[in-house]
Design a protein around this ligand. Structure first.
Ligand SMILES: Cc1ncc(C[n+]2csc(CCOP(=O)(O)OP(=O)(O)O)c2C)c(N)n1
Ligand SMILES: [Mg+2]
Length: 366
């Protein structure tokens, strides 16, 4: 079986990878650590651009929301980009398909990194037929299972048992149907969602059946307006311990640290050792959703994190100091990304809304 990393397939036009000088992965606790030499310069440039695309795309979405061109719920991922990018960067594909990803309503960036086009996501946000759910799902309901992207779930923690279910299917395909796949289910969970009962039920079954699932807690410090210390007892990365699920805490605003940890976790699953848990220490710069005035923290709180830990600025800095890249390169990339985002917004808004006949399609009575 030919395993191929997402990075390699995304980089098919790249020059051969030069070896990245060993970079000390930032770590904040747990068992995270070690040297990262996973990526060469072309790959790092690629993933820097991917994170910038997420950022500029969502800034545009915020502007369109304020203009009422996007309505309903809209939860932005700004600040958390390194998590989706770092996990995807070390995910793999084999002849049966790629690794699977599932998350909450905060799903636009993960959709993009899994291969949805900007137009498919922006079309969905603006309720247009060009959207990935034909404009009928909106911000929280985007899916493309053929690309390993399983959504997009509005009910807090609902994606967690579903993520384990995907892992169960992969194990069943391998062990019962004889399909030698090595696919892993990356199941993303908010810090607030970690207190939901179904998460513990899922941990039990995933450990009992040794499912290939990486539970990724995105600890962005808040569940709506409630900070983690007010809501959660103990350390989140240790919550798998009673079930024998190894866990570690990772600097979720360091692309390389996320990628390293994602690889460690996925390797564990692929070796048939069952589930793994990663707590990503990250931060959301915007409110819970666009309608949240975020009065539970100060502007300075956000600025301090943005100034010291921003994942895009950090990778840019690393590329400049370790690879001698010039600021002008990053300015050019930024201009190109902004142009692509503006164009996709124009195209989305020029597309029609779904017609009345669409009221009667994709409806599943139960
Ligand atoms: C079962 C359920 N209860 C409450 C809500 C309302 N709600 C929407 S977002 C949210 C916060 C969840 O926080 P967290 O899991 O930390 O994820 P984050 O929003 O920070 O990504 C809540 C409680 C919901 N959607 N579903
Ligand atoms: Mg949270």
């Amino acid at each position: 079986m030919q395993a191929k990393s997402a990075m390699t397939s995304a980089m098919n036009s790249a020059t051969p990878a030069s070896t990245l000088k060993a970079v000390q992965a930032a770590k904040v606790g747990g068992k995270s650590g070690g040297k990262a030499a996973l990526f060469g310069l072309p790959e790092l440039q690629h993933w820097h651009r991917v994170m910038l695309e997420m950022r500029r795309f969502e800034e545009k979405a915020a502007a369109l929301y304020q203009q009422k061109a996007i309505q309903g719920f809209c939860h932005l991922y700004i600040g958390q980009e390194a998590v989706a990018a770092g996990l995807k960067a070390t995910s793999q594909a084999d002849e049966f398909g790629g690794d699977d990803f599932i998350t909450s309503y905060r799903c636009h960036a993960l959709g993009l990194v899994c291969g949805l086009s900007m137009l498919e996501v922006m079309g969905e946000l603006t309720g247009r037929v060009v959207g990935i759910s034909k404009g009928k799902g909106g911000s929280m309901h985007m899916f493309e299972p053929s690309k390993g992207f399983w959504g997009g779930h509005g009910i807090v923690a609902a994606q967690v048992p579903l993520g384990a279910g995907i892992a169960f299917a992969r194990k069943y395909e391998a062990e019962v149907l004889g399909q030698a796949n090595t696919r892993v289910s990356f199941t993303l969970i908010g810090d607030g969602a970690m207190n939901a009962g179904q998460v513990f039920e899922t941990f039990n079954m995933a450990a009992l059946w040794q499912l290939p699932v990486v539970f990724v807690i995105e600890n962005n410090q808040y569940g709506m307006g409630t900070s983690v210390p007010r809501a959660a007892a103990g350390e989140l990365w240790k919550r798998g311990e009673p079930f024998g699920i190894p866990g570690e805490k990772v600097d979720g605003m360091d692309f390389l640290a996320v990628a390293e940890a994602g690889k460690r976790a996925a390797d564990h699953c692929r070796a048939g050792k069952g589930p793994y848990l990663l707590e990503m220490d990250t931060y959301r710069y915007r409110g819970n959703s666009m309608s949240d005035p975020a009065k539970y923290r100060t502007r300075d709180d956000v600025e301090n994190v943005r100034d010291s830990r921003d994942p895009i600025a950090r990778l840019q800095q690393q590329l400049m100091t370790e690879h001698g890249m010039k600021e002008s390169y990053f300015d050019e990339v930024d201009e190109a990304v902004k142009a692509a985002v503006n164009q996709c917004a124009e195209e989305a808004l020029a597309a029609p809304q779904p017609g009345e006949s669409e009221l009667w399609t994709d409806v599943y009575p139960s």
